[in-house]
Design a protein around this ligand. Structure first.
Ligand code: ADP
Ligand code: MG
Length: 285
């Protein structure tokens, strides 16, 4: 596997407290203003644009964005602003019309999670999770141990032999997550994976994602300010017509987790800040 990510250590430099206001600030496009940049870039999108065939207006235009190793970066924006398109470009599922995607190292191993779990209904959980390994020619024996580890990572230990129809929506999404993790990706791309789930299940899946983020860089698309505020190290707010970066919001590093984070004033303030950023992005479009 290429380009193994760093441990994702996020040490905050000493003596930078006066910059805290800046750190939390809504940054303009381009993140050089961020005072703390402890993580090296994994990839950088430079002046990226895409006009779909048969369309005159670009879906994305002039997108500049750096994704840092080990971070969780949420893409937040209104429907149609190009979030999925951006993710598909990073995954290599679309070709840009202009600009470049610059991988700092070799293009890393990528896992993709879609809004629908897209499981094979006739195959049990283990076979569904093993699919990428089987397609890559990994032996049955090695695949079995990796599947077991992936299922444990997403909280589905012991459910290998269960069929998808026996699972709840949240559990199906956990299977989809395990399938994306099973071949050890450095970069996990998630396109509104929990949007169709009820609120409580969504929180549980957000917690599951929080717990598996060590050693993996996450690019997470959502239109929920609450989800972005909960999961992200940084939030990239996009605006539409054409899709481009409106603002980057860096969240505090040392935050509580789980229920303590959701109940904290800092979380509430972040939600307000992101809502305001989103409102501005929609007015500017
Ligand atoms: N395959 C495609 N062909 C033509 N237009 C597309 C295609 N995919 C997306 N678009 C258009 O590109 C824009 C961005 O779409 P999308 O990335 O799906 O937005 P989002 O995920 O933010 O809702 C929309 O106007 C959409 O209609
Ligand atoms: Mg989308």
């Amino acid at each position: 596997m290429a380009g193994a990510p760093s441990s994702g250590a996020k040490a905050r430099p000493e003596g930078r407290a006066p910059f805290d206001a800046l750190w939390r600030h809504l940054l303009p496009q381009g993140e050089k203003a961020g005072p703390f940049t402890p993580m090296s870039p994994l990839l950088s999108l430079q002046n990226l644009s895409l006009t779909f065939p048969g369309r005159t207006a670009p879906a994305l235009d002039g997108v500049d964005l750096t994704v840092r190793r080990g971070e969780t970066l949420c893409l937040l924006g209104p429907s149609g602003c190009g979030k999925s398109t951006l993710l598909r470009l990073v995954a290599g599922l679309e070709t840009p019309s202009g600009g470049v995607i610059d991988w700092s190292d070799k293009r890393p191993e990528i896992g993709f999670v879609f809004q629908e779990p897209n499981l094979m209904p006739w195959a049990d959980v283990a076979a569904n999770v093993a699919l990428p390994l089987r397609l890559a020619g990994v032996s049955r024996c090695e695949a079995a141990s990796r599947v077991e580890a992936a299922l444990e990572r997403v909280g589905l230990k012991g459910l290998a032999k269960v069929l998808p129809r026996e699972l709840s929506g949240g559990m199906k999404m956990r299977v989809s997550l395990a399938r994306a993790l099973v071949d050890g990706p450095d970069l996990l791309l998630l396109d509104e994976p929990f949007a169709a789930l009820d609120e409580i299940t969504r929180w549980e899946l957000n917690d599951a994602l929080q717990n598996l983020r060590a050693g993996v860089t996450i690019l997470f698309v959502t239109h929920s300010v609450y989800e972005a505020a909960y999961l992200a190290d940084r939030v990239c707010i996009l605006r539409a017509n054409p899709g481009r970066v409106h603002a980057l919001v860096a969240l505090e590093e040392a935050r509580a987790k789980g229920a303590a984070l959701r109940a904290s004033p800092a979380y509430a303030q972040t939600c307000v800040r992101l809502s305001e950023g989103l409102r501005q992005a929609m007015e500017a479009a």
